[in-house]
Design a protein around this ligand. Structure first.
Ligand SMILES: [Zn+2]
Ligand SMILES: [Zn+2]
Length: 439
């Protein structure tokens, strides 16, 4: 979950306000299987809550839950305008619909490429490829220094939903001599370049072409690019595609209303899919992490009201196993294999059926080469990922790398300094606050 604060001249700018799911409140208990976990956990915002009057704005870089999910429950502690692009604004509006905040919050919809002054900060939005529409990097300038904040990204020349990755705006940034680059570290330990969504579409086509029975694909609900790829594969392989699970239906609806969904790709209603011959069916279902109450869990338990699966059908995981979910996924696979289904996971698949949305080593090398910041500040990862990202920056000739922990402050001017434990941080449970907001 992400919450960054940039400070200058007694003012603060927040970048992202994310959530994490099924987590303990003490970060050191993350690996434990016995400690109590809460459904929705947010960063403790007490530091900025105590300085609310100095917070001039909140910028949301993209619509993933780890970047926007805590805002509905926490916004009343901040009460300042939210700046974001069209797709993310629509996701946020739907989260807030029916709540009292919907009337109070000011959402400023920004166009990619815009530069806006927010308090003492001049913020420019730069389109960057990730795994959902409209992801943005930021260039934040003050009179004494500037930061290139990558947010989540990878180099993708065929991202399906947006224009291909373009290095030109990042090469331009070098001319502004950025003080620091705050950069995604998720896949810093992986060599080569990150895979493209386009490669993934081809791999899914090759995999699905071979199947005779029903095809069931599970993927992350927010991956609009993957949904579009699957709809294209369905059309090419003579299958009707339906969506099972609220998050998938919601994302499809948002993609349509914001113009990201190609009109020619039709989705069938789940009620109609049961009447079709098996070889004409493609079901896209939530539940890739083995959640028993999600659509895939209900299919495995024969308790879905609209669809069923049986011997000869194929389940494709167009997803990865998030650490900690291995047992739940294995149990579900065992149940489905007992029924006679074939299960294909991305880790052992013959073709590419999943692509991560984060930069590998080579993506990082290129970006450091283009932007040439004075300081590299790796974020978005555990210590080993941050350290790996810092090592790559060093190799690429970036003068200084600052690797810290939650609550640390990186002073960038007048002198560069790493101040540990500068802000009180922690985790809070927002499950109740979130549930109460829903009417
Ligand atoms: Zn993301
Ligand atoms: Zn993220």
């Amino acid at each position: 979950m992400n919450m960054n604060l940039y400070g200058h001249n007694n003012q603060w700018l927040m970048v992202d306000c994310g959530v994490t799911f099924k987590a303990p409140l003490d970060q050191s208990d993350d690996e434990s299987t016995t400690v109590k976990r809460f459904d929705m956990v947010a960063p403790d915002p007490v530091f900025i809550e105590n300085r609310q009057e100095s917070l001039c704005g909140i910028v949301i870089t993209h619509a993933h839950e780890d970047h926007v999910g805590a805002l509905p429950a926490l916004w009343k502690k901040f009460t300042c305008p939210v700046y974001t692009t069209k797709f993310t604004a629509e996701v946020l509006r739907r989260k807030l619909s029916g709540t009292d905040i919907a009337e109070l919050i000011k959402i400023v919809v920004v166009e990619p490429g815009d530069t806006i002054t927010i308090g003492h900060f001049t913020v420019s939005w730069l389109s960057i490829t990730h795994s959902l529409p409209d992801a943005q990097a930021l260039f934040i300038q003050t009179p004494v220094g500037s930061v290139f904040h990558t947010a989540d990204w990878k180099i993708d020349f065929n991202p399906i939903t947006d224009a291909p990755f373009d290095s030109a705006p990042f090469k331009e940034l070098a001319k502004m001599k950025p003080t620091a680059m705050v950069c995604d570290s998720t896949n810093a330990l992986r060599s080569g370049y990150s895979l493209s969504e386009g490669d993934c579409e081809l791999g899914l086509l090759r995999t699905i072409q071979k199947q005779q029975g029903r095809v069931i694909v599970t993927c992350f609900g927010s991956n609009v690019a993957r949904l579009i790829s699957l709809a294209r594969v369905a059309a090419k392989t003579g299958r009707y595609m339906t969506l099972l699970g609220r998050s998938l239906e919601n994302m499809y609806s948002i993609a349509r209303s914001t113009g990201y969904w190609p009109d020619e790709l039709k989705i069938s209603h789940r009620r109609d899919i049961g009447y079709l011959p098996k070889h004409e069916v493609m079901i896209v279902a939530t539940g890739s992490q083995g959640e028993p109450r999600a659509a895939l869990g209900r299919l495995a338990a024969d308790s879905h009201p609209n669809c069923e699966v049986d011997a000869g059908d194929t389940l494709i995981f167009s997803s990865i196993t998030i650490p900690g979910n291995e047992k739940a996924i294995d149990n579900m696979i065992a149940k489905l294999e007992q029924k006679g289904l074939k299960c294909i996971q991305s880790s052992t698949s013959e073709f590419i059926i999943h692509a991560s949305g984060h930069p590998n080593e080579q993506d990082l090398c290129d970006m450091y080469d283009w932007v040439k910041p004075k300081v590299a500040i790796p974020v978005h990862g555990e210590s080993m990922h941050l350290q790996a990202n810092a090592n790559i920056a060093k190799q690429q000739g970036i003068d200084k790398q600052l690797v810290g922990l939650n609550g640390d402050l990186f002073q960038l001017a007048p002198v560069i300094k790493h101040i540990k434990n500068a802000a009180k941080v922690g985790r809070i449970d927002i499950t109740d606050a979130h549930n109460k907001m829903k009417v």
